[in-house]
Design a binder for this molecule. Structure first.
Ligand code: SAM
Length: 295
């Protein structure tokens, strides 16, 4: 397979370019790294635009793969720092991005990377995520020391459904409430059928743009107690809240204490955690904090 300049690569369709880079560098998608390469140029453009339209001052990309999004993100003309765990992708990525001074490809595990130098008011994270580590990646992004301006990611449809679920629905769970704590709004960018990737994943996918809160929800008096209530409620989701709170070791509540805390939060002890709204989780966390303080 002959050498193609970066200019020639850009004249190819995303499918042809991806096939060319794989053949030329003898690459096969690595399943254990969640490698499904996007081959639909229109979808790549929609996802990259969702990030670029936020007016970022810096873009952090998670898992650039063969650069489907990276090349488009570079159009923002701000620093793009792309963390790719698979070292074998460095040469093809450099070939594609050749000479673009704003793009830095780091052959690093994103979960271990130090992001501090790249975080600021205008930092945007973007990526078609490796699905095997979606939740730890989101946690790392939510817990960034400076809240990101936006997080634009493609994830399994099922995970996006869990993030956007309503209380009482089968998808509603700790991930829903966890995300609501950190994220002000979630917008759908586009749906991705398996056929827009090579190889096609066995699941449907969805790209979303999340806007993290600039500061934690004001009504939450104590994050520690909020998350303690959340873990208890969903850790024992088949039990009533009264039993779940009294069973969860981290709360330290007896069944009678559990009744008192729930009365303080104005929540029936017979309800199950999976029916509680975000505001009710806030009330529960605040009641747990007040109970501990009064002890
Ligand atoms: N962005 C490319 C695209 O849209 O075609 C690739 C997406 S592919 C679903 C996920 C990418 O994440 C792969 O290139 C994979 O090697 C990379 N990856 C997997 N685990 C990673 C990790 N811990 N840190 C950084 N990159 C990782």
């Amino acid at each position: 397979m002959g050498e193609a300049s970066a200019g020639n690569l850009l004249n190819m369709s995303l499918l042809a370019r991806t096939r060319h880079l794989m053949a030329r560098h003898g690459l096969r998608p690595v399943k254990s790294l969640g490698q499904n390469f996007l081959i639909d140029g229109n979808i790549a453009q929609r996802i990259a635009s969702a990030a670029v339209d936020c007016g970022p001052s810096c873009i952090i990309e998670i898992g650039p793969g063969l650069g489907a999004l990276t090349r488009l993100l570079a159009d923002a003309e701000v620093p793009v720092i792309a963390f790719e765990k698979d070292r074998k992708l460095k040469t093809p990525l450099d070939e594609l991005l050749g000479g673009l001074p704003s793009v830095q490809v780091r052959s690093e595990d994103f979960l271990k990377a130090d992001l501090s130098a790249h975080l600021g008011e205008g930092t945007v994270a973007c990526g078609n995520l490796p699905y095997y580590i979606t939740t730890p990646i989101l946690e790392k992004l939510f817990l960034a020391s400076t809240p990101l301006r936006a997080i634009v990611v493609t994830a399994q449809r099922e995970v996006v459904d869990r993030i956007q679920a309503a209380p009482g629905s089968p998808e509603y769970g700790s991930l829903t409430v966890f995300c609501e704590y950190f994220v002000e709004c979630v917008e759908s960018v586009c749906a991705l059928r398996p056929s827009v990737f090579i190889p096609p994943p066995s699941v449907q996918s969805m790209a979303v743009r999340m806007t993290p809160r600039r500061r934690p929800p004001e009504a939450v008096a104590s994050p520690e107690h909020f998350f303690s209530g959340l873990r208890a409620a969903f850790g024992y989701r088949r039990k009533t809240l009264k039993k779940a709170l009294a069973t969860a070791p981290q709360t330290g509540l007896s069944p009678a204490d559990s009744d008192a805390v729930l009365a303080e939060a104005a929540i029936s002890p017979q309800r199950r955690g999976e029916t509680l709204s975000f505001d009710e989780f806030t009330a529960l966390g605040n009641a747990l904090a007040a109970w501990e303080e009064a002890r």
